[in-house]
Ligand binder design. Structure first.
Ligand code: KG4
Ligand code: ZN
Length: 376
């Protein structure tokens, strides 16, 4: 980011930002306005999921994703401008996810934003997708810093402390697979379809979660890291022993896996809540935010809510449309940086990997690679 030192009226007044997102398999555009007091409102938003495009392949195909994003970006921009009754001259800035993510996809939104910024002379805001998720709860209600955040998406599972806009401290992330990958890959081997998470949740309904002996990863161990590869493998091994799996077998295995993932997330979150309370003892009403697509899972929400309540935390789970990938959170993150006078040059790079907390990432090397690129 470079500091915008111009004497601009945006410091005091309202700011309106167009945001674009294309880092995985959702193409999205949104317009968010911050009022003079910094309160956000979403003026328009649209998301085009690529689920139908990738379903035949059972997972996201990066080249197909990139092309589909590039084809639709302009249309999405026109749609949100029309819905908000605004034109490009009414924007104060143009924001786009510039990483981390599938690089071809990231470039679709970023290049569109650069073109619009160049054409209109408006500042570009190159947004970290993870920061978008981290700030997403602020779209629906005021959330004071610092707060604790569990980010659970297709490519990321991490616990962070959000101290301020642009200031995040990563407590821990996954050592191997993300929780979303454990859902997606297990759903795939059971033939439940794509995307796997919601399909597995449906299959788990009425299942017997205790029928199979599955481990709860890192259960009752100190620390904030996650690990889901062992659980995923255990589920696969059980699956491979069935000759002719019945609907009950699918349902019970799904329920067992979902329950263990929920337990593990809750267990590690509990450690993080203790750390947060020790570190910020004066926080009057500590807040725990759960964001990312996996947070759509009802058992996970309920389990985490119980842990949060037990630790005296207020739980905030953004509405589903802002839990999964969307552009409102990108426009919001861009607007927050614009409000602070932090804008980007047109040479801002698209980044496959971009840890939100560079310092912690250096201490904890990257291991493995997820659906959205290497984890960090
Ligand atoms: O945040 P997101 O939309 O995209 C990424 O940034 O990755 O998260 C997508 C992930 C996928 O792994 C998907 O299977 C998972 O969220 N997911 C779910 C549910 N809905 C989406 N996992 C479990 N239960 C759900 N209901
Ligand atoms: Zn995401």
């Amino acid at each position: 980011m470079q500091l915008d030192t111009s004497d601009s009226p945006r410091q005091a007044g309202a700011l309106t930002v167009l945001g674009l997102e294309s880092s995985c398999d959702e193409s999205a555009a949104a317009i968010v306005r911050l009022d003079g007091a910094g309160r956000p409102s979403v003026l328009a938003e649209t998301v085009r999921s690529q689920d139908d495009i990738h379903a035949p392949f059972g997972g996201v195909v990066p080249e197909i994703a990139a092309r589909a994003h590039a084809e639709i970006m302009d249309t999405l921009v026109e749609r949100v401008l029309a819905e908000a009754g605004l034109g490009l001259p009414d924007m104060d800035g143009i924001a786009a996810t510039s990483g981390p993510g599938l690089i071809g996809g990231v470039m679709a939104a970023l290049m569109t934003a650069k073109g619009l910024a160049l054409g209109t002379g408006k500042p570009l805001l190159a947004v970290n997708h993870l920061e978008g998720h981290a700030l997403s709860p602020r779209l629906s209600e005021p959330v004071e810093f610092p707060y604790l955040l569990l980010l659970v998406s297709g490519g990321h599972t991490q616990l962070l402390i959000a101290e301020d806009v642009g200031c995040y401290h990563r407590l821990g992330s996954t050592l191997d697979d993300a929780a979303g990958e454990a859902f997606d890959k297990t759903a795939k081997i059971m033939g439940l379809g794509f995307p796997g998470g919601p399909a597995l949740e449906r299959a788990a309904r009425n299942g017997d979660r205790d029928r199979f002996d599955l481990p709860v990863p890192l259960s009752n161990r100190p620390g904030y890291e996650f690990s889901f590869a062992g659980l995923k493998t255990a589920a696969r091994q059980i699956w491979e022993e069935f000759d002719n799996p019945t609907p009950a077998d699918i349902s019970d295995l799904s329920a067992g896996l979902q329950h263990r993932i929920a337990q593990s997330l809750a267990n590690r979150s509990s450690n993080a809540m203790n750390y947060f309370i020790e570190t910020f003892p004066d926080t009057a009403s500590p807040t725990f935010v759960v964001a990312g697509g996996v947070a759509a899972n009802q058992e996970i929400r309920k389990t985490i809510e119980t842990v949060a309540t037990d630790h005296g935390f207020r739980l905030i789970a953004p509405p589903l449309k802002w839990c999964t990938d969307n552009a409102a959170m990108i426009a919001l993150a861009g607007a927050e940086h614009l409000r602070r006078g932090e804008t980007d040059g047109l040479n801002a790079p698209a980044r496959a990997r971009w840890p939100l907390d560079e310092a912690s990432a250096k201490l904890q090397p990257v291991i493995g690679s997820g659906r959205k690129g290497p984890k960090a």
